[in-house]
Structure formats: structure tokens, C-alpha cells
Design a protein around this ligand. Sequence first.
Ligand SMILES: [Zn+2]
Length: 412
Amino acid sequence: MHVYTAPVVVPLAGDPIREGAVGVDGGRIAYVGPADGAPEADETTAFTGVMTPGLVNAHTHLCYTAFADMYGNEKEFFEWIQEFARRNPETADEAWKASVQEGIDESLRNGVTAVADIVTPAAGFAPLLASDLAGVAYWEACFIDDAAWEVRRSAWREVVTDTRAVNNSDVAVGISPHTLYTLGTNVAKGLAELARTLDIRLHPHLAETMHEDMFVRRGSGPFAFMNRRAGLDLELADGGAGHSPAAQMDKVGWLGPDSHVAHGVHLDKTDRELLRAKGTAVAVCARSNARLEAGEPPVAALRAEGNTVAVGTDSRASAPDLDVAAEWPVLRRLALAQGDGGEGLNEWLVRAATEGGAKALGRDDIGVLKEGARADLAVFDVDTDGDPYAALVTGAAGNCTATVLKGRLTER
Ligand SMILES: [Zn+2]
């Protein structure tokens, strides 16, 4: 038994504990409570600051960590997204692996111990599945129309089945149908069917930009141009679906408790209700949305109406870092500006980045400190005197001082 103590422990399974302790045995939590009641330890580590469960980054693309220059290149969304099509084919497998590893290391430095990671090059799986992180690695399908799918389907599916066959990590393999504007309708339906057949999770991007909304509703706008230029023949480009992206996602089978969506910026009341009815969580990525001028996620409405919300940074190509805690103050500002009264908001934000992320990934043993959960801890050098949720939301960004992954203190 290794016991980790801190002046404040925020278990989320219960109220914050002053002079708290977490006992760890075999990578799992065996005790959460006051330090003076902790079981006898073989080893004790006393932290200063506030201890929380390891944070969950509910939407990222670790393979793009090496594309961090794109965050500052000031290209607008339409040009920015097309840059991947140019850069990806020029990137060698070893470079992809190094980029993912860099992303894993940065995550751990920031107290992030679980990820919903989108995998674009197949080489990107290896570092994740070799890591001790928890989460899901979603194999991405992007820029595939129905005709191309006929040719590529079996090879695409094989990546999923082959990767699963060799995977013995705590990162499951899932499927990411990229968006409604980069996949044919039959591809979209086929991916949902495949996920259900294999009993694995889905994670698409939903309602990130107004251009997506234009494309799905009416088949028009910049994405219609982009697809035409790329020679993609998408059914929606021919007049659109006549309803919202969320409604279209439901139609092609991408929503459900086995799925969570990224962004959810342009969701109206009906869309938010649909997501709740389907049990689908939303991973908000406010700093990425700001960089790409995509809009602001409706944080206040999602909270008031009771949607399950998780927090993502998105990739380094659209976010300044992979620090989930740095999303907190931004989300707080947005919520207050959108009319949230602020009561309980800090606690809600901390829960979104822990419990919410766990729900988004279909896990009940991460994002919480309780007996039997994975022993993933994060420690932040923030004020320990007042309300710990407020201290975390206002001060945790850039201030992670220790990360414990599956019971082991990671090197810093
Ligand atoms: Zn994304």
C-alpha cells in the first residue's frame, strides 16, 4: 500500500476532505479519507496543494501535437482544416509516433490521465496502447465518400479489428466518424453499424461551426466548395438534410450512450434535448473554438438543462496546450456571460473534467476517487484554505505539481 496525502483531497465521490489521503494498492484505490484514518502504508508521499482524480481530456488529437505551429498560423477554419490534407501525407510513421508520445507526456505533466484521442495515422495507436493512460483511441474516418468506401471499407475495418486483437492496454479502440461534412451518408451509417457490431465506442465532431450547419441543412457553404474541390461526392451536398447536424447524426446512428460528441457549439434547445434523450455527452473545447472562431459552446444552457458535459482541449493545432485545467476559467467566463448565475459552477466545471469525461468514455472507474477506481491522481499547487473547487477553476491551469498514473508517481 502506497498512501498519498494532501492538505485537501477532492474525491468527487463525496465532499472535499481536509488533510486527506488516498491509499493505493496494485494500481487501484484502496482507501479515500482522512489521513489520520489511513491504513498502514509501505510508503507515504505527502503532497502540498489540492489532490483530485486524474483529469480526463474528452477530446484531443495527440497525433497533431507536432503541428502546434498551426495554432498560431492565423488561418481561418476552412483553410486550417485543409492544411491537414497537405501535411498528413508528408508525415512519416516515426514522426507520428513521436508526436503522439509528446502529447502523452504533455498530458501527464498537466494531470491528465485519460483521453478520448482521435487517431488519424494507424501508427498513432502504438504509443497510446503502450502507455498506462486510460481512455479510448478512436480510429478516424475522414474525407471518404460512398464510392471510396466501397473500395476502402475492408482495409479500414481491419485496422480496427487488428489493433483490438493485439491491444492489452487500458485504452480501448473506438471509431471516430470525423464529421457529417467529410463522410458519405452510407459511410456514416456503415461506421455506426460497425461500432455496434464490435461493441465499441463512437466519437464524432458535432456542430463545431456554422459552416457545418449550412452544409448539413442546405448542402451549401465553404464545405460544399471544399468537398467539390477535393472530388468528394457527398449526398448532403445535394440540397442538404433540411435539419440540424444533431438531428442528422441521430439519423445516421451516431448518437447513443455509447457515443460522445466533440464541440457542440451550435446546438439549439431541441438538439440539446436530443443529446440528453440519447444519453450522449458533449465534450466542449472552448479554447479551440475561440482559436478557430467557431463560436462559443452554450455552457450555461448545457448546465441548466442537465446535459452530460465533458471537457476537451482539442489538438495542439487549435489549442495552446493540452492542459484541461486551463479550459476551466474560459468555460466559467462563458457560462457567466451566457447568464449562468454561478452557483455551484466551479464544482460543476471540476466534475465535467473528471466525472463528465469518464461518462463520455463509458467508464465508472476513472475521474473519481473511490475504492476500486484506477489510482489516477493529479495534484495542483493552488490555495488550500478556501473552496477547493474555486481554487482549482481559477488557479490550476499550468500548476499541476504531481501526477499519479495507475498508482505510480510519474516522473516530472
Ligand atoms: Zn477535433
